[in-house]
Design a protein around this ligand. Structure first.
Ligand SMILES: NC(=O)c1ccc[n+]([C@@H]2O[C@H](COP(=O)([O-])OP(=O)(O)OC[C@H]3O[C@@H](n4cnc5c(N)ncnc54)[C@H](OP(=O)(O)O)[C@@H]3O)[C@@H](O)[C@H]2O)c1
Length: 282
């Protein structure tokens, strides 16, 4: 269940690598070590809502998910994770401007040490998360026989290893509380073969499998697991592709699905969502 936020003001702080001693003093440390700190005021009288952590929140679908939760869930507290500090801080400011609490946590979700640090920082500030959105990912094209080992490893690390690491960091507290939501971002490339996307496809099929195991193991612990399979969605990932905007889904539509699924009663789990451009796949 959501925990109480002791400080009434909403704050955006970019939290960077901190020593254990600093983590033990969360608020001061976040302000002192952050390169950019922005304060705003939440909606008057709004009760503290769920803590929602979104990976890959510095742009694209992840940023749209953060904005969608900010708009729809009163009192939501957003923990935004990505590597690009300035972009992440800008998204956090946008969310604060929408009247909720948001903090930027800079880190690489494919790195075990970064994930451990971010988990400690989130724990110190908000005591854990209620909703985990494993959205971070990247795409490098490549036919199987032309894919380098480095590119293949990068696809697995960013799209699949990250889901394992971040879930392992935050799900135990959900299990202890007997309540939580995990969204894992796969792709239609996690449902069907996409020639020229060997590494990406392998990683997204991996997310599909990992999600199924997660759901089987966490179902009776009160944790809902939803796997999301979008088709082509407008985001910076498509910049320079030459496809007309109208052929892609708006990131806001994909983001809205997350919020709508989250808002169902806890007696219902939406196990999978497939979203495609109405005009068909690209
Ligand atoms: N757009 C589509 O058509 C589409 C379709 C199906 C599935 N998806 C999936 O949806 C997700 C979001 O896609 P998008 O289109 O919004 O992509 P995007 O615009 O490229 O954004 C990717 C996000 O992930 C973050 N990220 C990447 N690697 C990271 C890492 N190692 N550690 C932390 N953050 C990392 C990026 O932030 P930093 O660079 O700041 O770290 C960025 O915020 C991805 O998982 C993607 O595979 C997208």
């Amino acid at each position: 269940m959501p925990r109480t936020l002791s400080n009434a003001s909403t704050t955006v702080a970019v939290a960077r690598a901190r020593s254990q001693r600093e983590i033990a003093k969360p608020r001061k440390a976040a302000y002192r070590t952050g390169t950019k700190t922005v304060s705003g005021r939440g909606k008057e009288g709004a009760a503290p809502g769920p803590v929602v952590l979104v990976t890959g929140a510095s742009q694209g679908i992840g940023a749209a998910i953060a904005r969608a939760f900010a708009d729809a869930i009163p009192g939501v507290r957003l923990a935004l994770v990505a590597r690009q500090e300035k972009k992440l801080a800008a998204v956090a400011r946008e969310c604060v401007a929408r009247g909720v609490a948001a903090r930027a946590f800079v880190g690489d979700v494919s790195s075990e040490s970064d994930v451990a640090r971010v988990a400690a920082e989130v724990q110190a500030v908000w005591g854990g998360v209620d909703v985990l959105v494993n959205n971070a990912g990247s795409f490098r094209p490549g036919r199987l026989l032309e894919t380098s080992v480095a590119d293949f490893d990068a696809m697995i690390a960013t799209n699949l290893r990250s889901v394992f690491l971040v879930t392992r960091a935050f799900a135990p507290a959900m299990v202890r509380r007997g309540c939580g939501d995990i969204f894992n971002m796969s792709s239609i490339a996690g449902l069907s073969a996409y020639p020229t996307s060997a590494g990406y496809c392998a990683a997204k099929f991996g997310v599909t499998g990992l999600s199924k195991v997660m759901r089987a193991e966490l179902r009776d612990k009160g944790v809902r697991v939803c796997t999301v399979y979008p088709g082509a969605t407008l985001s910076p990932a498509w910049e320079g592709s030459g496809f007309p905007e109208e052929r892609l889904m708006p990131a806001e539509d994909v983001a809205r699905a997350f919020v709508d699924v989250y808002r169902l009663t806890r007696r219902t789990v939406v196990e999978e969502i497939v979203l495609r451009p109405q005009a068909g796949d690209l």
